[in-house]
Design a protein. Sequence first.
Length: 158
Amino acid sequence: MYIALGSNIDAERNLRLCAHRMREEWSGASFSHVFRTEPQGFINQDDFLNAVAEIETDLSAKELRMKLVTIEQDFQKNVPYKDGPRTLDLDILLYENDVVQTEELTVPHPRMHMRRFVLEPLVELIGGEEKHPSSQETWNALLAKTMDQKCELTAVQL
């Protein structure tokens, strides 16, 4: 399973603490490098730090989503408006090769293929020649379509 992590409020600290928490929950969790991206939508806020985690779990997709919501709440996530600043944002990107479509959850994440800040770290973990479960395009092909978006590698270590 692949999970996107993002923060733009005390971002380095929150991502490091989140990575520690995720390692406690899922001992084999591994993390991509961290990337800095400009905010989208509402741009008058700090840049975001983004990464992707790979975990193994026996939780269902719904149970995993609830676990991630609990972690976000523990980090006092409180987005004041759409696309606003956040202490932590956790999204399920991929749940094995499953396609999940419910009111609460859509997997693969419905906008991941359009976001370089998701695809760069995901490709680092999954490899570029694997295919998106729905579109069947390779991750490298999807990433190539986002290369005009600003996304910078940082020195932040998780």
